[in-house]
Design a protein around this ligand. Structure first.
Ligand code: PEP
Ligand code: MN
Length: 366
């Protein structure tokens, strides 16, 4: 697969590429006003607006449809910004082409569906339109890569991936939890694919956009897609996560961009980039250890109530074997993984013993 860098899509591009515009096109005035204000921000090069909105529940606003496409044409004419919309069917592709939309994106719900992605890919054959592929709503690296492969199979070379986080059943501080190692792994698998971050759909809240954007820059992502509306509080979709053009400007100004030096990146900068990837991966490892410890505590309480000892040798051996089997599959040295798990397991036993002692001593007191 061949992927052209973003600088081949957009002349005189400065990193990061910024894509901004409302979640949904709502009226000609809203589209035009937002685009005119965004035009004042130098880094904004692509205007986005949803026309067909995939909504979780029926009966909510599903986008303005075809009648909004001329509004985008007008915005392009008045501002010179490139335009982009989400396409989910061959019919959307046909209409977006008819109204000269410059760049298409495939939404998270669509990229999870190979039939839909293939239909879009088939309808794109021979067009050469750039396509941005959002990660599927579930954290499945191969499904994301597969969607990109289908688009690439249609002969498209201007393809970018967008990390917009993953849906989880558990409530987290994010609307869609970012799992940074997945876009990192995708970039590793599909060499040279431009990687864009969508902090709006990750955060689900205006207050989180700056910090998520910074994180994306820290791991050397190439662009940001940020939902921007002239009056976010009355937006017809995703009101909580949209920012005004003025706040977008502040967010972008506040970013610490190491990649400013990237045109002449030497050894030191490359090491720096890799170190920040390691920092992120390590933070995730520690967050998972914290989740693991929470589960260990629950098991400890259950064991205590049922008079089972913290250390169960058979279970421990069985568990270790399973971990070692995974290690072999992942080509990690067995001794390394065994030593790691010896430490993790010893701490779990310590924790459960402490829990058991608290339970027993409170019972004794009673
Ligand atoms: C959007 O970009 O407005 C959208 C619907 O995003 P996603 O597909 O990431 O949910
Ligand atoms: Mn949205």
């Amino acid at each position: 697969m061949e992927f052209l860098p973003l600088s081949k899509w957009i002349p005189n591009l400065k990193k990061p590429l910024v894509i901004a515009g409302p979640c949904s096109a709502e009226s000609e005035e809203q589209v035009l006003q937002t685009a005119l204000e965004l035009k004042q921000i130098e880094d904004v090069r692509i205007f986005r607006a949803g026309i067909w909105k995939p909504r979780t529940r029926p009966g909510t606003f599903e986008g303005m449809g075809e009648k909004a496409l001329p509004w985008l044409q007008l915005a392009k004419k008045e501002t010179g910004l490139l335009t982009s919309v989400e396409v989910a069917t061959a019919h959307h592709v046909e209409l977006a082409l008819k109204y000269d939309v410059d760049i298409f994106w495939i939404g998270a719900r669509t990229s999870a569906n190979p039939f839909a992605v293939q239909e879009i890919a088939d309808s794109l054959k021979g067009t050469n339109v750039p396509v941005m592929v959002k990660n599927p709503i579930n954290a499945d690296l191969s499904l994301w890569a597969g969607a990109i492969e289908r688009i690439s199979g249609a002969g498209i070379k201007k393809i970018a991936a967008i990390h917009r986080g993953f849906s989880t059943y558990e409530q987290t501080r994010y609307r869609n939890r970012p799992i940074w190692r997945i876009p990192i792994a995708l970039k590793d698998r599909l060499k040279d694919i431009p990687m864009i971050c969508d902090p709006s759909h990750i955060g689900g809240a205006r207050s989180l956009i700056a910090e998520i954007s910074q994180k994306a820059m820290d791991i050397d992502m190439d662009g940001l897609m940020i939902e921007t509306h002239i009056n976010p509080s009355i937006a017809m979709s995703d009101a909580k996560q949209q920012v005004t053009p003025a706040s977008l400007y502040k967010i972008l100004k506040g970013l610490n961009l190491r990649s400013e030096y990237s045109s002449n990146r030497g050894f030191e900068e490359e090491i720096d980039r890799l170190r920040s990837q390691i920092d992120n991966v390590d933070k995730e490892i520690l967050e998972f250890l914290k989740i693991r410890m929470g589960i260990v505590e629950k098991i400890g309480e259950a064991k205590s109530k049922n008079d089972v000892t913290p250390l169960q040798i058979n279970r421990m051996n069985e568990m270790m074997q399973k971990r070692l089997d995974i290690a072999v599959k992942l080509e990690l040295p067995e001794v390394y993984v065994k030593e790691l798990y010896d430490i993790i397991h010893a701490e779990s036993v310590k924790k459960q013993t402490a829990i058991m002692n608290t339970f027993t001593s409170s019972e004794v007191k009673e």
